[in-house]
Design a binder for this molecule. Structure first.
Ligand code: NAD
Ligand code: TDX
Length: 340
C-alpha cells in the first residue's frame, strides 16, 4: 500500500484517522475524498493541511465518474471508507441521503475497486447493525438486525462489501465500531451536543428516561483498530471495535455537567426517539485474540479531555451552530422541549 483514499476524511472519525495516518506513515500518501456535507469540515484537517503526504479532493462517493478519476489520478491502491450519513435522528426525519451514500456510495466505491484493480477496501461500519441487546455481547457472526433507517443503510452497505468479496474476490475488511467520542465530533451527537449546550446553560434534551446504554470508544482507539485491520485483517473478515465501557445516557449527562460545574436542572426529559435501541454491546474477543487490540484510553480521562477541548475550541463549534444547524435543532427539539 502506498496511496490510500480516505473517503469521509473531513468528518469526525475520518479526520482523526487522516491526522493519525499522515503522522504515522510519512511513506504513504493520504488522499481525502469528501463531499463536505453539513458534517464535513475542513477545519478538522487544518493540522495536516500543509503536510506533503496529504491531498484533499471534494466529491461524492456515489459519483462513479469522479471516484474513478480521482483513484486513477492518485494511483490509489487502498480505499478506507468513512463517508456516510451518520446521524440516527436525521435518518428518521429523511432517510434518502442515507440510502444514497451508505448503500449506493459503497457500491460505487466497490465497483471502482473491481474495475481499476484496487487491492484493498476497508469499510467502516457500526455496532448498530446488530440492533439492540439486553444482555451479553454481539459477536461478528451474529445476525444483523438494524432498527432504524441509518443502521439499516449501514447494514445494506456492509452486505454489498461482503458480496464483492465473495463474488469478485476483492480483499475487503469491515470494522464495526461502537459509539465513538472525542474532539471534532459534530455537535448533534449526544456528547458534543450536550457539552456545547451546557457551556451556554441551555437545556439538555434527554430522550425518554435516559437509561439507554451505549458503549463508548475513544476516537484514537477507534483509529488504531482500523489501522491494525487495514494492515493485518484477513480478506472478507469483519471485526468488532468495542469500547468495553458501557454507560447509561443519564450517567454520561451527569458526568458532563459535573466536569463543567453546571446544574442538573439543565436536564429535560423529552419525547423518546422512535425505535430507540436500548443497549449496544459488542465483544472484542476476535480482535484481541488475533491482533491483541483493545481500547486502552481510560474513559474518565478521555471524557474530561474531550469536554476541555470543547471549552477551549469555541472557534470550532460556534460557527457550526448556525444556519442549517439551527433549522435542524428547531425541527428535532423545538416541540420536544416545548412539551417537556
Ligand atoms: P460524520 O458525519 O462526522 O462524517 C461523515 C463524513 O462523510 C463527512 O465529512 C461528510 O462530508 C462525508 N460524506 C457524507 N456523504 C458523503 C458522500 N456521499 N461522499 C463523500 N463524502 C461524504 O461521521 P463520523 O461520526 O465521523 O462517522 C464516520 C463513519 O464511522 C461512518 O461510516 C459511521 O457510520 C461510522 N461510525 C460512527 C460512529 C460514531 O459513533 N460516530 C461509530 C461507529 C461507526
Ligand atoms: O439529543 C439527544 N438526546 C439523547 O438522549 C441525542 C442526540 C441523543 N440522545 C441519546 C440517544 C442515544 O441513546 O443518546 C444516545 C447516543 O445518541 P447519538 O449520539 O445520536 O448516537 P447513537 O444513536 O447511539 O449512534 C452513534 O453510535 C453509532 C453514532 O451517531 C452512529 O454514527 C454510530 O454508528
Amino acid at each position: 500500500m502506498k496511496n490510500i483514499l480516505v473517503t469521509g476524511g473531513a468528518g469526525f472519525i475520518g479526520s482523526a484517522f487522516v491526522r493519525y495516518m499522515v503522522e504515522k506513515y510519512p511513506q504513504y500518501t493520504i488522499v481525502v475524498l469528501d463531499k463536505l456535507t453539513y458534517a464535513g469540515n475542513l477545519d478538522n484537517l487544518l493540522p495536516v493541511k500543509d503536510k506533503p503526504n496529504y491531498h484533499f479532493e471534494r466529491g461524492d462517493i456515489a459519483d462513479a465518474e469522479a471516484v474513478e478519476r480521482i483513484c486513477q489520478e492518485h494511483n490509489i491502491d487502498a480505499i478506507v471508507n468513512f463517508a456516510a450519513e451518520s446521524h440516527v435522528d436525521r435518518s428518521i426525519m429523511n432517510p434518502n441521503a442515507f440510502l444514497q451514500t451508505d448503500v449506493v456510495g459503497v457500491y460505487v466505491l466497490l465497483e471502482a475497486c473491481r474495475k481499476l484493480g484496487i487491492e484493498r477496501f476497508h469499510h467502516i461500519s457500526t455496532d448498530e447493525v446488530y440492533g439492540s441487546i439486553d444482555e451479553g455481547h454481539f459477536k461478528e457472526d451474529d445476525p444483523l438486525s438494524p432498527n432504524n433507517p441509518y443502521s439499516a443503510s449501514k447494514a445494506g452497505g456492509e452486505l454489498m462489501v461482503r458480496a464483492y468479496h465473495v463474488t469478485h474476490g476483492l480483499h475487503t475488511t469491515i470494522t464495526r465500531g461502537s459509539n465513538t467520542f472525542g474532539p471534532y465530533h459534530y455537535p448533534e451527537k449526544l456528547i458534543p451536543f450536550f457539552v456545547t449546550e451546557a457551556i451556554d446553560d441551555r437545556p439538555l434534551p434527554l430522550y425518554g428516561d435516559g437509561t439507554q446504554v451505549r458503549d463508548w470508544l475513544y476516537v484514537e482507539d477507534h483509529c488504531r483498530g482500523v489501522d491494525i485491520v487495514l494492515h493485518q485483517g484477513a480478506p472478507g473478515e469483519v471485526y468488532n471495535l468495542g469500547g468495553e465501557n458501557e454507560h447509561q445516557n443519564i450517567e454520561i449527562t451527569h458526568r458532563i455537567l459535573d466536569i463543567l460545574g453546571k446544574p442538573r436542572s439543565l436536564i429535560k426529559h423529552v419525547e423518546d426517539r422512535p425505535g430507540h435501541d436500548r443497549r449496544y454491546a459488542i465483544s472484542n474477543d476476535k480482535l484481541r485474540a488475533h491482533f491483541n487490540w483493545s481500547p486502552d484510553t481510560p474513559f474518565e480521562t478521555a471524557l474530561e479531555q474531550t469536554v476541555r477541548w470543547y471549552v477551549e475550541n469555541e472557534w470550532w463549534w460556534r460557527k457550526i451552530k448556525s444556519g442549517e444547524y439551527l433549522e435542524y435543532y428547531k425541527k428535532q427539539y423545538g416541540e420536544r422541549l416545548a412539551n417537556a
